[in-house]
Design a protein around this ligand. Sequence first.
Ligand SMILES: Nc1ncnc2c1ncn2[C@@H]1O[C@H](COP(=O)(O)OP(=O)(O)OP(=O)(O)O)[C@@H](O)[C@H]1O
Ligand SMILES: [Mg+2]
Length: 502
Amino acid sequence: MYSFQSQMPTASSLFSAYASLSALAMLLRSIFHEFIPQPIRNYLLSLLHYLFHRRSNHLTLVIEEANSTGIGRNELYDASELYLSTKLTNPSTDRLKISKSPKDKSLTIRFEKGEEIHDFHDNVALYWRFLCMEPEKRRSSSTGADDNGLPSSVTPETRFFELSFDKKSKDKIINSYLPYILSKTKSMKDKERTLKLCTLASRYTGGNIYWDTTNLEHPSTFKTIAIDPNLKSEIINDLDRFVRRKDFYRRVGRAWKRGYLLYGPPGTGKSSLIAAMANYLRFDIYDLQLGNLIKDSDLRRLLLATANRSILVIEDIDCTIDIKNRRNKATTTSSGLDENGNVQVSYKPPEIQLTLSGLLNFIDGLWSSCGDERIIVFTTNHKEKLDPALLRPGRMDMHIHMSYLTFPSFRILVSNYLEFEGQHSVFDEIQRLIEVVKVTPAQVAEELMRSEDVDEALDGVVKLLKKKKEVVDNEDGLIKPEEEGDHGVIDDICLPSQNSQN
Ligand SMILES: Nc1ncnc2c1ncn2[C@@H]1O[C@H](COP(=O)(O)OP(=O)(O)OP(=O)(O)O)[C@@H](O)[C@H]1O
Ligand SMILES: [Mg+2]
């Protein structure tokens, strides 16, 4: 009888065939590596590569992590990484990397080495691969390709993406798909990323002062800020115009920067407005405390280290920029013996070489031309004390007066703090009082925080305003006729063309 069993190879024969094949492969591999010189090896490999890929219809783009200069990052790599992380729902993905740093808001999910992703763009099938070059896989400098035929500019430990597609779609992919990825991820990054607050490191380390970075988690927004609604929309419109006018600034030959001077009494929301601007534009904040600086060269170094799409803030400019006086105050104490015969340690404060003109010239000149989308904000409680050089037309684009509370601003505070939008019996009285006493949003906000009960909280505000009125009735605190308009205005916008649409 025909025996099917007798035709089947046994497990042991299969295993021994496999073992001999593996041994043969290993032998050939080691002969190839040990006895054939590297240049010949590379030549054979490139010949094989040529023979098998000669008629390939596919083009592969290599997107390395480092940019072509090898110094900075490749923007396209970062964009591809972020873009592909939105495709992770793909059921074919087997392995992912997941992490969270203490400063991140959410989990970060990224590709694991060797992962592949399929995508489509305008009917073109795209094939992405994430690869990582191991340190030992160095390439030969003579051929410009490594053992795997990878490009010579890829350095060890460099990660890169390969994007393959039909050669015929090359233009479509380069001119449409990749720009689409860049623009899509730009807005994703803005929404996702945590804003940064950079302050000067408190230590002065023998000439090296640097930016210390922390997360900016200020909750102030244009919704929560209680300022005159017209002023608010003027500011928002100005910011919107600024960020969308890249071409305009280029055309008229101006650096793409905008300066705001915020002035007004303490507690009127100057710092809160800066945070609202940063949250609105998704810009980082650099808080430059000039009091900690000694030399113009420190200032220049710090300013050059600021990133694009950021707000440079110099608070209380009237106090910190008293540079000429600071220089005069630098005194020298000579060493000698005190009355008990102890040696006195001499201390010579460093001579301050920081100048207002140095600051302004640098900001207007080199700094602003070194980057894009820069905003600079000066704040002061005393505009009248400022150096005229700061106020001259063209220096700050917009002078914004933040002042005492108005009734419309009060309603914004009530809505924010008490979530109360309706009418209330005490509103008329509050309106009358607000018109005659100077009260800051900070003072009223504090009162509104005392109770969650609307009646009780508003009653507290009435008491506060009445108390203030009693005091000012006898003194000089009533708003004088010339101060009546002193409730937050934009003085001037020094770039008339900014008002027109681009
Ligand atoms: N216009 C405002 N709208 C909403 N909240 C405000 C406003 N002004 C002040 N506040 C509240 O008062 C607090 C102090 O305000 P902020 O620090 O912004 O004032 P400032 O004008 O910067 O004061 P200073 O001149 O002392 O720096 C903030 O925490 C904020 O909650
Ligand atoms: Mg402030």
